[in-house]
Write a protein that binds this ligand. Structure first.
Ligand SMILES: [Zn+2]
Ligand SMILES: [Zn+2]
Length: 280
């Protein structure tokens, strides 16, 4: 029997079983993004594009106390990734990590962050937050210096690869070998082209520094499978220009062309827009 195409029951079941490394999307899409990662000792959020109250609720759903976050990693300054960062950091004394250019671009929007909570890192240099290793890779996106993150915990590599117009070799090499990847499948090209977005916005999304389409995600997924990745959660879907079942089908077909069966050889899910999904 085919797994539910957009349901993430399998992921959620694994999450609740308490496997050592937990990795899940709290919300996903242009109205907000946040990924939670924990190895049981260190709790990290990658981005926080939802307000403090909703973050607390989403974490509560997976049994995590929002006061027990050890860090927020920021990919880039777009508001769907940072709208809750400032308030969360201030309220619960959480350090915020970003590279220098992203700090410069987002600082005014975050509000005051205590100096000891302002952490600046250099991309491609691995650093540690508690028991979790972190490595950030620059990504092609129309932001100051956007990055994706790889996190290393419990012998696993987990990567967040969203918000990029294409995936150059340098980024693929960085993400390859991940056990699990949160991979952008932003739009269906036809839906975008025929849709009601203004011309300039369509061009922006389709550009090299915009967002990954379903087809691009499928091609990347097939290459990742060859590199050993065994779980992919499709994320950052456009509400206007994509449908979860379509994103799933396009990527599952691309995997099938590479002799990888979604649901059997590869765990494949679609992150939900407004609720918790995906766990490794
Ligand atoms: Zn963005
Ligand atoms: Zn985004």
């Amino acid at each position: 029997m085919r797994p539910a195409p957009v349901g993430t029951g399998e992921f959620n079941r694994l999450f609740s079983e308490g496997s050592m490394v937990k990795f899940c999307s709290l919300v996903s899409g242009s109205s907000g993004n946040a990924v939670f990662v924990s190895d049981g000792k260190t709790n990290i959020l990658v981005d926080c594009g939802l307000n403090g109250k909703r973050t607390a609720q989403a974490l509560c759903e997976i049994g995590v106390d929002h006061t027990q976050l050890h860090a927020i990693l920021v990919t880039h300054e777009h508001c769907d990734h940072i709208s809750g960062v400032g308030v969360l950091s201030r309220r619960y004394h959480i350090p915020v990590y970003a590279n220098a250019k992203t700090w410069a671009a987002m600082e005014a929007g975050l509000g005051r962050i205590q100096s000891e909570h302002k952490k600046v890192f250099e991309p491609l240099r691995t650093f540690e937050i508690g028991s979790i290793g972190v490595n950030a890779c620059p990504t092609p996106h129309d932001a100051a210096e956007s990055v994706g993150y790889s996190l290393f915990a419990g012998g696993r590599k987990l990567s967040v690869a969203t918000d990029m117009g294409h995936m150059p070799e340098s980024v693929f090499d960085w993400v390859c070998g991940s056990d699990m990847v949160i991979l952008e499948a932003n739009h269906d090209v036809d839906m975008l082209k025929k849709g009601r977005y203004p011309y300039f916005l369509k061009q922006r999304i389709l550009s090299d520094v915009g967002h990954l389409s379903n087809e691009m995600a499928g091609a990347v997924a097939a290459k990742l499978a060859a590199g050993g990745t065994r779980a992919i959660l499709l994320a950052h879907l456009s509400e206007e220009n994509n449908v979860p079942a379509l994103a799933y089908r396009v990527v599952a077909n691309a995997l099938a062309c590479a002799s990888v069966k979604a649901g059997k050889d590869m765990r494949l899910g679609v992150a939900q827009r407004f609720c918790v999904s995906g766990a490794y």
